[in-house]
Write a protein that binds this ligand. Sequence first.
Ligand code: SF4
Ligand code: SF4
Length: 484
Amino acid sequence: MVGVLSIGMSSMQPGDTHVSGRPPEKPAASVPPPDFRDVLASIDQQGRRRWLHVHLNGGFWRWCRVAVALVLIGFYLALPFLSIDGQPFLRIDIPHRHYVLLGQMFWPQDFLYLLLFLLIGAAATLLTVALAGRVFCGWLCPHTVFLEMVYRPLERLIQGVAARRAWAARLGRDRWRRVITWGAFVLISGALANTATAVFVGVDAFRWGLVVDPVQHPAAAVFFAVFFVLIMLNFVWLREQTCTIVCPYGRLQSVMLDPHSLVVAYDRARGEPRGKPGVAAGDCIDCRMCVAVCPTGIDIRNGNQMECVHCTACIDACDTVMTRIGRKPGLVRHDSEIAMAGGRRRIIRIRTVLYGCAVTALLTVATLALAHREPLVVSRLRTVVPPLVMAGEAVEPVIRQVVPLSLVNRTDHQRSWRLALPQELGGSIISPAVLSEIAGGARIEVSMVIDVPRSRFHDGELRTELIVVSEERTLRLPITLRAP
Ligand code: SF4
Ligand code: SF4
């Protein structure tokens, strides 16, 4: 297991502060201690979990993150209740095969829009990482926001500071505090599971908008149970391992970052050689506070590492230490690798220009596509019904065709629609021949029956179009008909 996970890098050493789990095993005298690149802080040499008891500290960046987190938590919890023009802000309706984003309803036929949104997200991510590093991971990701701003602070409130938590875990003490903590985690995870469920089933499935009614809405109850288990597993057990092992984003950052990207970095030139004040010449007094506050358990002094989520906790911790011993803050700071090496950081460079152009172009295309989006989508279904030759009393025989159609109303209000054929075709619509209605946000299937003179077919095939008249719009759907 260690071999599989060795892509992670960490400096948490056996016996370091605030690590609990099974006691670390002493390496044999002839075996050198593992390099920090070969182990994860949360997993020991035998592949067993080592529990990190992260020290929570204040500081300028911490309070900035708290302010951002409060806004985000409010937004996440309010998400199912937000609406635009009567449509949800976000709703993923799996049974009805559509989703609503920013008040706009999207169907499987709208794959182009989904592709555009994904491409915009990918290009924006590349641009953000190239400029500001993993700002999403440390500041905006729901996992980090809830873990660092809700679950961990709550744990500290109930169980005490990191050293006490580590001591209690090692000796099996404070069980009642852990029971209270678990109770609080269950309540919070339940609230989060409710929010996630409401995004999928809508708030109508909740009593008072808060509690799932399993009798009336069994599907909602299933969604809730799944989300609840996943959320508990994530925030109570996996924790930092979600970032260091599960999430692929951290693995990709090495190709997204370059020496000019803003990262959280240790000023090696200023800090080394590290040691006690007055003994070593560098500014780092080797107090390891930057390690104690790190939510992924790494030592930023080893350089930029895959586990670093750029949360800035180590900046606050080191600044506090520097201020306390009367030295200039900024030994650990937000900076680029090139600036740390004495060079000049460039914001405008080939990759940021290309990413910026890609984001602008994609946003323009998406805006235009949304502005010209047809309110009614008509598509031909794949079902094949064999055509018939109808001789009847007509001068020439006609070919009777059944054309199965799908109609989707993308708007939230009822629309009327009517089918027609090009006049020059000389065909006629047997059914449905009248004006019909389709409810807002609905999808219907229609089997259209048409007669077309046999002479219109060439080599048994006729390429024509179907006209759909819908209020102020007329759509033309190219279709191919075949004669028997
Ligand atoms: S907090 Fe600062 S002084 Fe202390 S070990 Fe980390 S870098 Fe060195
Ligand atoms: S090294 Fe610093 S910025 Fe990176 S995850 Fe740890 S505390 Fe956060």
